[in-house]
Ligand binder design. Structure first.
Ligand code: ATP
Length: 286
């Protein structure tokens, strides 16, 4: 399976923060979810991929080409939806269409109008008068309407209500049903990524903690919930990380049949990606 994005040992330093040797791939036909707490380095990673900020070292390739050597038509194959995407607030969606039709060679007016109707976006209202959710929808619609092959989305869908998010997620699944397309999607709403992502890349304090297929991640991990004083009943070798507070302990363990048998007297739950992330960030790694 070839990759749309390849990152190898990418580093970028700011005065009080550094991305350190970030490596991961975004394979064709896949949705890759980038997760991590506030300030972990998700946006910086996306900006480095898009060459909005240059990496200090490492390699970024899109469709096998170094990021600095992309042609205009290569760039047109990238659709970007950022949380702070700005459109001219005095324009209407109709006027915006006229501008984009001149910028993008593959601009698809009919598809744009179809999506505006489907997602109830007013065409004659000024964009400055849109709600945040409407702006987000418009941003995704614009990104899709020039038929990119890669969509890079930063946090944006968090402004949408659950029903609308579901529809947008369906749109992304539809997008990657074409095996040539791919999505790199950074989100706080890990639940969304659990629904649609094929791979999860977890970044913490500027470093990749893991890059795994979602199915593998959910299958390989389980959580023991117990009282704090029961922690010593669990062998360190079975633990990945644990979190303890006054209400008890949550222990991330390797999910093997033998660990399930070994700890049959303790409550073992399936782990969600959200819980895996929280225990690894807030708890202690073993
Ligand atoms: N231009 C910049 N100059 C200096 N520091 C920066 C710059 N851009 C980002 N940072 C710092 O880099 C760190 C990572 O920021 P980044 O926006 O990548 O995190 P994030 O994971 O996307 O966070 P969030 O989920 O809150 O959006 C933060 O500490 C931020 O202050």
């Amino acid at each position: 399976m070839s990759s749309v994005i390849e990152l190898k040992d990418v580093s970028k330093s700011y005065p009080h923060f550094a991305l350190k040797n970030i490596s991961f791939n975004v394979p064709k036909g896949c949705i890759v979810g980038l997760i991590g707490e506030n300030g972990a380095g998700k946006s910086t990673t996306l900006k480095t991929i898009l060459n909005i900020c240059a990496a200090d070292k490492g390699m970024v390739k899109l469709y096998g080409k170094e990021i600095g050597s992309l042609s205009l038509s290569d760039k047109e194959n990238i659709g970007v939806v950022f949380d702070d995407s700005v459109f001219f607030e005095n324009l209407t969606a109709f006027k915006l269409e006229k501008i984009f039709s001149k910028i993008y060679m593959k601009w698809d007016r009919n598809y744009y109008l179809e999506l505006l109707t489907k997602f109830n976006i007013p065409t004659e209202k000024k964009i400055g008068e849109y709600s945040k959710g409407m702006k987000t929808k418009l941003s995704l619609i614009c990104a899709l309407s020039h038929h990119p092959k890669l969509l890079v989305i930063d946090e944006s869908l968090s402004a949408l209500d659950p029903v609308m998010r579901e529809e947008m997620l369906d749109l992304l699944l539809d997008f990657v049903s074409d095996d040539e397309n791919a999505v790199l999607f950074s989100s706080h709403i890990v639940e969304d990524l659990q629904k649609i992502a094929d791979y999860i890349v977890f970044i913490n304090q500027g470093e990749v903690v893991f890059e795994k297929s979602k199915d593998e991640l959910l299958y390989e991990n389980a959580i023991i919930r117990c009282r704090g004083n029961q922690l010593n009943e669990i062998d360190k070798g079975d633990m990945i990380a644990f979190y303890k507070d006054e209400n008890g302990a949550a222990v991330l363990i390797h999910n093997h049949t033998d660990t399930r048998v070994k700890y049959k007297n303790l409550l073992i739950d399936q782990a969600t990606i959200d819980e895996i992330m929280k225990i690894m960030i807030k708890g202690e790694l073993v």
